[in-house]
Design a protein around this ligand. Structure first.
Ligand SMILES: NC(=O)c1ccc[n+]([C@@H]2O[C@H](COP(=O)([O-])OP(=O)(O)OC[C@H]3O[C@@H](n4cnc5c(N)ncnc54)[C@H](O)[C@@H]3O)[C@@H](O)[C@H]2O)c1
Length: 188
């Protein structure tokens, strides 16, 4: 029996890379997983590839759009019944020296990496508070802890998502908020 047998998990940015690998790991432990991504075709293909016996669901969602995020939570609750783990994994990066960095590029990276985490956390938290249970995992980066000359905007955004957003912990409430700071890694 897997460690997440029958549990409901949502992973953003799940069409490829780490989000796909995270989804695969939860599925291997018996979870049912909603894979969400801006890339509608990509996430549908990944969900189909990884799925077995109806344990995966694909949802198109832009994490910077609050309507999309609300729809993701509604669709996830419809499909899973309850969400035990929500993984804020969707992220983006560009490489540019700060003197050449445009405001649009700064805003785009901050929107996906920082605002996206806020919108998703805000949308799923009431459900977890009602159940007095749940875990939110933010995938940030080592880049949030130090500077890189081509990644000023990415470092700033990862500093934001690196902190543990959910401080609410009261008696009878078992809510966990975790943050992972991976180094550079190559994934399928
Ligand atoms: N790969 C690494 O070395 C590394 C290291 C540290 C941290 N990270 C972080 O891990 C996460 C995953 O990285 P990765 O390398 O797998 O990235 P990736 O680029 O391979 O995949 C990111 C996924 O997020 C999706 N996405 C982008 N913008 C989105 C949006 N607005 N809404 C929904 N989905 C969106 C993309 O379509 C893509 O499927 C990111 O947050 C990244 O910053 C990665």
């Amino acid at each position: 029996m897997g460690r997440f047998e029958g549990r409901g998990v949502v992973v953003t940015g799940a069409a490829q890379g780490m989000g796909r690998a995270i989804s695969e790991a939860f599925l291997a432990e018996g979870a049912r997983v909603v894979l969400a991504d801006l890339n509608e075709e990509g996430v549908a293909a990944t969900a189909e590839e990884l799925g077995r016996d109806g344990n995966t669901f694909a949802v198109r969602c832009d994490v910077t759009n609050s309507d999309d995020v609300r729809n993701l939570v509604t669709a996830s609750l419809d499909q899973l019944g309850a969400v035990d783990v929500f993984v804020n994994n969707a992220g983006t990066i560009t490489m540019r020296r700060v003197v050449e960095l445009g405001e649009d590029e700064w805003d785009m990276v901050m929107d996906v990496n920082a605002k996206g985490v806020f919108l998703c956390t805000r949308a799923i938290l009431p459900h977890m508070l009602d159940r007095k249970s749940g875990a939110i995992v933010n995938i940030a980066s080592q880049a949030g802890k130090r500077g890189y000359k081509l990644f000023a905007h990415y470092c700033r955004s990862d500093g934001c998502r690196g902190f543990r957003w959910v401080a609410s912990r009261s008696r009878n409430t078992s809510l966990a908020s975790r943050c992972s700071l991976p180094r550079t890694m190559r994934v399928k």
